[in-house]
Design a protein around this ligand. Structure first.
Ligand code: SF4
Ligand code: SF4
Length: 240
């Protein structure tokens, strides 16, 4: 994306970036960091971070507070007093580039929310469209939080890549919302969350026999919002 190549990356500074479970697994693999080193939970009582995109999770220590799972932010090195994503590699501010040129240090493993920006689905949830980009990404109008130097045009994006990324994001976020439904039925401690995620995602693939067992178990339980997972030891789990 050409416009980004000379940008200070106001988008990576302005927004709390929601991550889904697949993002977590991919980031753990690509970065070599643990969940606790790149993820955090942001209290989101007004729903502004989640928007129509991310699910809310509740945890045992604060069951009334809705949280969104996000990337951690750190203090900017080149724009003191402002925040940025911890994966942002900040370039020095120069005469030619007064805000610096910054790049994603986790480009191959970046979360779905970063991959699809600045696109989203239309209201019918079918066709990709471009966001209208505001001048600043935060109400605090610091230069670091300035966004794109101009509005995005169709010619700036690859329609095939955009459609592909949006489709994956929709699938993964949909799956993550079902995980949230299950977790929120009996919120557990925040400390247990990454282990729970790893367990769920490890059981997304299995054999035909296992899926039939899982479907049969779900039918017997008739639990709304059940995540379809491969559970070879389902009978033992049910008996427990
Ligand atoms: S992961 Fe990369 S693209 Fe996403 S906010 Fe962080 S630095 Fe920006
Ligand atoms: S603020 Fe706009 S131009 Fe700059 S990196 Fe983000 S998407 Fe690209």
């Amino acid at each position: 994306m050409g416009m980004c190549e000379t940008c200070h990356a106001g988008c990576c500074r302005s927004y709390a970036i929601p991550i889904n479970g697949a993002d977590v697994i991919r980031l753990e693999r690509k970065s070599g960091l643990t969940f606790w080193e790149f993820a955090c939970r942001w209290a989101d009582p007004q729903g502004e971070i989640a928007g129509n995109y991310a699910p809310h999770f509740h945890f045992q220590d604060e069951p009334q507070t809705p949280f969104v799972i996000c990337l951690r932010q750190v203090e900017s090195k080149t724009h003191p007093g402002t925040q940025c994503c911890q994966f942002l590699q900040e370039g020095e501010r120069t005469q030619e580039h007064p805000l610096g040129v910054s790049r994603c240090g986790m480009y191959q493993g970046r979360p779905a929310a970063c991959r699809v920006f600045p696109t989203k689905y239309d209201v019918q949830n079918e066709l990709p469209i471009l966001h209208t980009i505001p001048e600043y990404g935060r109400t605090e109008q610091a230069p670091a939080y300035k966004l794109c130097p101009r509005q995005w045009a169709k010619e700036d994006v690859d329609p095939l890549a955009v459609a592909h990324e949006l489709m994956i994001a929709r699938y993964e976020v949909g799956f993550f919302k079902r995980i949230a439904e299950v977790w929120n039925r009996s919120p557990r401690p925040w400390e247990l969350f990454p282990a729970f995620l790893r367990d769920v995602y490890a059981r997304r693939i299995g054999t035909q026999e296992e899926i039939e067992q899982a479907e049969e178990a779900a039918r017997r339980k008739q639990t709304p919002g059940t995540i379809k997972l491969y559970q070879p030891d389902q009978e033992k789990r049910d008996a427990a």
